[in-house]
Design a protein around this ligand. Structure first.
Ligand code: SPV
Ligand code: MG
Length: 449
């Protein structure tokens, strides 16, 4: 197999036009780096863009802002692009086998790193069909991810942000949400990324937990921290992030008040509220039956959901019903009956909660839930049954996983340790090793300098 360097002097003669040139691309926003690649392709023949679908991208990195259809329309309007076909996975081989291109064009940045293996597979597949690989030099002065983040920040209107959760649910097997309780923790949920087995992993959005929002304010998690104060926290997070937000709405409050909460959250661009089917003085679910907690009737709670749904001003906002039957030891059948009723009442999602260490009861619920004729996205919060993996949750049919309190819970012991260390030593020197370097903190927040 010959790997060719692109020739600057190749022109698109009539002879070339009948040659098929395949160029895979993800593109969210087209930049000159993409155009360079397309121009190289145009010199060789008729360009077919293999446009990565939202699902394909979602498995490897952040879902693009523009939908597949929107991206397709943009690509189709580029001069010299003959056709745009879906590239349904990051594996280019199936499309190579199907389309049998004469040329396959890809920036030379994939020679090392995570795509190296894919490059070898492409070379082999091209060999089999007699195709050639062309590798124009990667355009160095442009970074798609930096550009994307900048653009996301500019166009991140409440409407754009709100829609993102439904979008993610459509394209990802599991939406991964992390707790945030202020602007800084919002930034952590927004920016933390790792690369594992060639896949960039990050959180898809933020959970505005009542437990951590209250605890950060040194208040009990009993609905004392009111909506005005919660909105203040939400606003801090909105200000420093672009990802979708799910708000823990506790019981949703008095039914007559609930529409005001829904509309306030919609105005802020929050994607969803989760309300739990409890009444009276709400206590944190993880106390279980150790404290007095009263479950709402199916009728009342269904009514609250319906009232909330009717009061929405957008179609995008989601009201997710949280079932406390397992927490309150009412059993699986009660949980299932409620799930059916809440879906009938208009709930856009169901959250099943448990405080057991063993995921058994949640998995039992999921198994029965999967048989429902009418289903909505399913949410799990594995705070106590934390050995369960994301893959296992996907297999059980869970659509959203919420890591509900982990940033606050991990920060707290770290802060105690530092405080005790200073007391023990009568100075701060020994505590330095537990602290982020001053420089890092100074530069942590964009715009500090
Ligand atoms: C929260 O994070 O506030 C929750 C989840 O409601 S739990 O603490 O498990 O009840
Ligand atoms: Mg809560």
């Amino acid at each position: 197999m010959i790997v060719l360097k692109p020739k600057n002097n190749i022109s698109c003669s009539d002879g070339n036009k009948s040659k098929k040139v395949y160029i895979p691309m993800a593109i969210d926003f087209i930049h000159h780096g993409h155009l360079n690649i397309i121009n190289e392709g145009k010199k060789l023949g008729e360009v077919i863009i293999g446009l990565l679908t939202d699902e394909a991208i979602a498995n490897y990195k952040r879902v693009p802002l523009l939908s597949f259809e929107q991206r397709k329309r943009i690509m189709e309007s580029i001069k010299g692009v003959k056709k745009v076909v879906p590239q349904e996975t990051w594996d280019y081989v199936p499309n190579i086998k199907k389309l049998k291109p004469d040329y396959f064009v890809h920036g030379d940045d994939w020679k090392d790193g995570v795509q190296k293996h894919m490059r070898e597979r492409v070379i082999k597949a091209l060999e089999e069909i007699g195709g050639k690989l062309i590798e124009p030099p990667y355009t160095k002065d442009v970074s798609s991810s930096v550009l994307q983040q900048n653009i996301r920040e500019i166009i991140n209107t409440p409407e754009v942000r709100m829609k993102q959760l439904r979008r993610l649910l459509n394209v990802k097997p599991l939406v991964r949400i992390l707790e945030a309780h202020n602007g800084l923790t919002g930034l952590i949920a927004e920016n933390t990324k790792i690369v594992k087995d060639g896949v960039t992993k990050e959180f898809d959005g933020m959970w505005l937990s009542s437990l951590t929002d209250s605890t950060a304010k040194a208040k009990p998690d009993i609905e004392f921290v009111d909506l005005t104060s919660r909105l203040n926290t939400i606003n801090q997070i909105i200000d420093s992030t672009t990802k979708p937000i799910i708000v823990d709405g506790d019981t949703g409050g008095i039914t007559e008040h609930f529409p005001f909460t829904v509309r306030a959250l919609e105005r802020f661009g929050v994607s969803a509220i989760i309300i739990e089917d409890k009444v009276g003085l709400k206590k944190n679910s993880l106390f279980g039956t150790n404290v007095k907690q009263t479950q709402d009737t199916i009728e009342n709670f269904s009514h609250k959901i319906t009232i909330g749904k009717r009061s929405q001003i957008t179609n995008d906002f989601m009201i997710i019903a949280r079932i406390e039957s397992l927490i309150l030891k009412k059993g699986l059948n009660d949980a299932l009956e409620r799930a059916k009723a809440y879906i009938e009442a208009g709930a856009d999602g169901i959250m099943i909660h448990s405080k057991e260490k063993d995921p058994k009861e949640v998995l039992e619920f999921c198994a029965e839930y999967s048989k429902f004729e009418k289903k909505v996205p399913l949410v799990a919060v594995p705070s106590t049954y934390n050995t369960i993996t994301e893959d296992e949750l996907v297999c059980a049919g869970v659509n959203i996983v919420i890591y509900a309190n982990h940033l606050l819970r991990s920060a707290y012991p770290a802060m105690i340790k530092t405080a005790e260390c200073i007391l023990r030593n009568g100075r701060a020197y020994e505590a330095e090793e537990f602290c982020a370097p001053l420089n890092e903190i100074l530069n942590l927040i964009p715009g500090s300098r």
